[in-house]
Design a protein around this ligand. Structure first.
Ligand SMILES: C[S@@+](CC[C@H](N)C(=O)[O-])C[C@H]1O[C@@H](n2cnc3c(N)ncnc32)[C@H](O)[C@@H]1O
Length: 202
């Protein structure tokens, strides 16, 4: 399978080298919680990592499921939830194969897509569409991390750069309603940033 493996991510968690981790929920969570995601929403967080966003949504009254295939990530997220007494679920599973028991209202996608090799993006996009009920929302943070090697066609990551043109092709208008750009840029301490886009599944 192309791209990073479970041992790759597990090794990062074990060594404590998790440069993507903000040590708290992404700043866009609060923005979207302020009006776009009502309490009671059934929400998935694929590639949930340490679980900061899962905890923030659970705290705000959502019915949340985090999914991650790395045991150390699931352990960290579960322990965060237990420490805070929050009732959210964390599932150890591969997002390219797992499915919820029934479609959900919303997905919060932060740095799971950019963690997957682009060879798997089409499969992941099929999953995102299948997980959501019609009219459900995809709260997406598209990682902007251009690399010089792209000039020679090299595919480098993670994080793999989520070019907005590629995102439009991956999540096409036939299946998704896109808001008009420009989109807010959400900074990350790594120097990269994410474009925040709220899509609606048709
Ligand atoms: C860059 S980290 C981001 C974690 C979290 N979303 C955050 O922003 O802190 C990517 C996470 O996705 C998980 N991941 C990568 N590929 C996955 C897959 N195919 N299925 C499930 N989880 C995956 C990794 O284990 C890792 O925890």
């Amino acid at each position: 399978m192309a791209g990073p493996t479970i041992p790759f991510w597990q090794g990062h968690f074990d060594a404590g080298t998790i440069p993507w981790d903000r040590g708290g929920p992404g700043p866009q969570v609060a923005v979207w919680l302020d009006g776009d995601i009502p309490p009671g929403t059934r929400l998935l967080v694929p590639g949930c990592g340490s679980g900061w966003d899962v905890a923030a949504f659970a705290r705000a009254g959502m019915t949340v499921t985090g999914v991650d295939y790395t045991p150390a990530a699931v352990a960290a997220a579960s322990s965060l939830l237990a420490r805070e007494g929050l009732a959210a679920e964390v599932v150890l599973a591969d997002v390219l194969a797992w499915s919820p028991p029934r479609p959900v209202d919303a997905i919060y996608e932060q740095t799971c897509l950019c963690a997957l090799h682009p060879d798997h993006w089409t499969r992941y996009a099929v999953q995102l569409q299948a997980w959501l009920r019609p009219g459900g929302r995809l709260f997406a943070l598209f990682m902007q991390r251009q690399r010089p090697g792209a000039r020679e066609g090299l595919i480098e990551g993670p994080p793999f750069h989520c070019d907005i043109n590629a995102m439009r092709a991956l999540l096409p208008l036939a299946a998704w309603d896109w808001p008009k750009p420009p989109y807010p840029a959400v900074p990350h301490h790594s120097g990269a940033f994410e474009l925040a886009v709220m899509l609606t599944r048709r």
